[in-house]
Design a protein around this ligand. Structure first.
Ligand code: S3P
Length: 180
């Protein structure tokens, strides 16, 4: 049976936009782990960080990942940027599907995040102290976790959302066929 298509990567990598398009192309449901956490807590991600703290956010996130990975229906899953830090999350996602790491330079991620925040308001508590500097640090610190989580890397540098979607779907189809 087909496995989930799981997207991981830093904030601004395009997991949600690309994930939504992949879900549309595959005729599948789309789930974003941040949305699940927000629905469970009845609070936004920023409010959870501010009122309950990051540790509590990570716990809610772990429960959301376990739930969605266990779905019998194959889904497209966009993971919050920090999901890969937890070894149980990595294991659950790798076992339940194909994990693809959307990569981009910190400068490019910073531009996308700034663009999104200008449109939707500031939603990323970890980037309040300066996006590009933080993204550079997170890129270094988290690279081993993304590597350990992912079956495949897709470089998003200078590519449109449609081009990235095509590359992700091609990688997913090839790897999901191998899993079967
Ligand atoms: C986080 C990424 C965010 C969200 C939270 C923490 C992270 O998700 O889960 O703000 O630790 O990288 P996106 O990657 O979808 O922005």
């Amino acid at each position: 049976m087909a496995g989930h298509l799981v997207l991981v990567g830093l904030m601004g990598a395009g997991k949600t936009s690309v994930g939504e398009r992949c879900a549309h192309m595959l005729g599948r449901g789309f789930v974003d782990t941040d949305d699940l956490v927000e629905a469970t807590a009845h609070l936004s991600v920023a409010e959870i960080f501010d009122t309950l703290g990051e540790a509590q956010f990570r716990q809610l996130e772990r429960a959301a990942v376990a739930d969605v990975a266990a779905s019998p229906e194959p889904l497209v899953i966009a993971c919050g940027g920090g999901v890969v830090l937890d070894p149980d999350n990595r294991r659950a996602l790798r076992n339940a599907g194909v994990v693809i790491w959307l990569q981009a330079s910190p400068a490019e991620l910073g531009e996308r995040v700034a663009h999104q925040e200008a449109r939707d308001g500031a939603a990323r508590p970890l980037l309040r102290d300066g996006a590009v500097g933080t993204l550079e640090r997170l890129a270094l610190v988290r690279a081993p976790a993304y590597e350990a989580a992912a079956h495949e890397v897709v470089d998003t540098a200078g590519r449109s959302i449609d081009a990235v979607t095509d590359a992700v779907l091609a990688a997913y189809r090839a790897l999901d066929a191998e899993r079967a």
